[in-house]
Write a protein that binds this ligand. Structure first.
Ligand SMILES: [Fe+2]
Length: 386
């Protein structure tokens, strides 16, 4: 249980807050507060996923506190642009309690090298994996080897179905998984149907709106390494799958904005997934490298980012670097848009590439599942040593 929030004062930098078991106040910046409103405009009340556009927040704007006499566990902040956000003592007490329990003098490593055989494609027009025929991938080891190699080097792969006899069922999707490893079971089950229906899972992925580039399962300590979709029915219009190379962004930042890259490699960002009976949470830096300093994973999901506090200067660096990353991730020139036809399969390396989706109209039905990263790596070793 959280400690109680017992005192707060406005200052130029933000709100000075104190919880019951600490004597020193902690300053929570105005920007952080704007980013963590608990009202409907700031946060989806069902999924608790972020709605506020983090990257459009004016970091110099300060707010005015409005106390709720009838509801003492809450207060509101009125902002210069007219918006009013709501805040609970409980959330603030929780993040302050985690903040004061952290030893900020212990730094994580902040530099990294790129994996030797990754083909970086900051511009998808100049480099893309070969498209592979799905029947051949399932039927011959030569095509399987080529597909696995392309997926490993580029971070995604498109497999095209036989146009005249596309197979659209779960057995086909399962056959694909078995060619690489086995389906990873998660909160979503093993294989799932992805279609606009918000009653099934409380997640923006199940609606029809634009879905910005992100990686899945920032709330899992071991996020699934691969995600794949078999297209059963494409949308009437729109709905293209989007993919962005997170490694190319990391490489570019490391070369041109090393301070931002170092921040993203050293600030551990929590992600969460909440629905009735479930509260998953995990954290890692946006750029995670292995013990040898080689970049192994990019994690980015602003929808699912959980509240956490940083020391003031570190927070400033984090927001700035995170916004820069988001800017690059949302740059249309970095994005490959893939139109899938019935029976096609689209695979994404969820440790490297971010995926998203254009808004669409009409009914769009995909079958999706996850696989483990180590199984792709295993398959590649086995095939190339054969
Ligand atoms: Fe996703």
């Amino acid at each position: 249980m959280s400690d109680a929030l017992i005192d707060f004062n406005e200052s130029e930098a933000g709100l000075e807050l104190r919880i019951s078991d600490t004597t020193e106040p902690v300053t929570v910046s105005w920007r952080w507060l704007r980013d963590h409103g608990e009202d409907e405009a700031s946060r989806d009340p069902e999924t608790l996923q972020r709605r506020v556009d983090t990257f459009a927040i004016d970091s110099s704007a300060s707010g005015q506190i409005e106390r709720h006499d009838g509801n003492p566990g809450w207060f509101s902040i009125r902002w210069p642009d007219g918006a009013v956000t709501d805040h609970s003592h409980t959330l603030l007490a929780d993040v302050i309690s985690a903040y004061v329990a952290t030893d900020w003098s212990r730094a994580l490593p902040s530099d990294f090298a790129m994996p030797a055989d990754a083909v970086l494609w900051g511009d998808p027009a100049t480099a893309a994996p070969d498209e592979v025929k799905l029947d051949a991938f399932l039927g011959t080891d030569e095509v399987l080897t080529h597909g696995v190699d392309q997926l490993s080097r580029y971070g995604y792969l498109v497999l095209r179905a036989n146009r005249h006899h596309p197979k659209l069922d779960r057995a086909r999707a399962e056959a694909f998984a078995e060619r690489l490893g086995y389906i990873r079971h998660t909160i979503f089950g093993g294989m799932w149907d992805l279609a606009p229906d918000l009653t099934e899972h409380a997640d923006t992925a199940y609606s029809s709106v634009y879905l910005g580039p992100h990686t899945d399962a920032t709330y899992s300590h071991d996020a699934p390494g691969l995600q794949y979709f078999l297209c059963v029915q494409p949308a009437e219009s729109g709905g293209e799958s989007l993919v962005v190379d997170g490694f190319a962004i990391a490489d570019e930042l490391a070369r041109t904005e090393p301070e931002a890259a170092a921040t993203l490699a050293s600030v551990s960002v929590p992600g969460r997934y909440i629905e009735p009976g479930v509260h998953l949470q995990a954290e890692r830096p946006v750029f995670r490298s292995d013990a040898r300093g080689v970049l192994r994973q990019v994690s980015f999901n602003n929808y699912d980012r959980a509240p956490f506090l940083l020391p003031a200067e570190r927070e400033q660096q984090f927001y700035s670097a995170y916004a820069r990353f988001a800017e690059l991730a949302n740059d249309p020139s970095r994005r490959a848009a893939v139109s899938l036809q019935p029976g096609d399969v689209f695979v994404i390396d969820n440790w490297r590439a971010m995926h998203g989706r254009n808004a669409f109209s009409g009914y769009r039905h995909y079958i999706g599942a996850y696989l483990n990263h180590e199984d792709l790596e295993s398959k590649r070793r086995v095939l190339t040593s054969a």
